[in-house]
Design a protein around this ligand. Structure first.
Ligand code: ZN
Ligand code: ZN
Length: 186
């Protein structure tokens, strides 16, 4: 049984009718017209939504881009470290608490390694927020995890870095992609 594509009422099968609108899947020209108007409206709405999103993207400030790229990077860190205990206090990743991506050298002090995977590890919220990373404890476990020479490198001087908006967008896209790959693998 065929149904009208507009009003879902039953319509005759193709071999029983000669009306081109019924052959096309409608009761008649009126249902065809309603359907066409609806399709036009939908594509216009879709185009408007797209334009709106593009406009919103184009007026984003650098700070907003930086926030988004950091959020994408941090989400990847949390996924990478899933199942590992807090880097600063060994609290187990048992689902009982919020997990943070904790920077060893802070973003404010060292923006040039804000997106360096060696510099960011998952901690409990308590260590990251209440104890500012619980850094002395962080360091002990960081040496065990990545080795003394990598820690020395993190603590050493770094080339100053100012990210452009394009670089920030690139970082966001890269870590969203890496996150998807991680989630796909597990
Ligand atoms: Zn109809
Ligand atoms: Zn902790």
């Amino acid at each position: 049984m065929r149904k009208c594509r507009q009003c879902r009422e039953p319509i005759p099968s193709k071999k029983d009718c000669t009306d081109p609108y019924t052959n096309g899947g409608f009761c008649d020209i009126a249902c065809y017209g309603l359907n066409k108007a609806k399709k036009d409206r939908e594509s216009r709405d879709k185009r408007k939504r797209k334009e709106h999103a593009e406009r919103k993207e184009s007026i984003k400030t650098k700070a907003e881009h930086a926030r988004e790229s950091q959020a994408a990077f941090n989400a990847w860190i949390r996924a990478r470290d899933q199942g590992l205990p807090c880097i600063s206090c060994d609290k187990a990743d048992d689902g009982s608490h919020q997990r943070h991506a904790s920077h060893y050298r802070s973003r404010g002090a060292c923006p040039e390694i804000a997106y360096e995977p060696l510099n960011v590890h998952t901690s409990c919220a308590q260590c990251n927020t209440m104890k500012s990373g619980n850094i002395l404890e962080y360091r002990i476990r960081l040496v065990k995890k990545i080795g003394q020479s990598a820690v020395d490198w993190l603590e050493g001087p770094h080339e100053p870095k100012r990210y452009t908006i394009d670089e920030l967008k690139e970082i966001k896209a890269r870590y969203r992609r890496l996150l998807r790959e991680l989630q796909f693998d597990t």
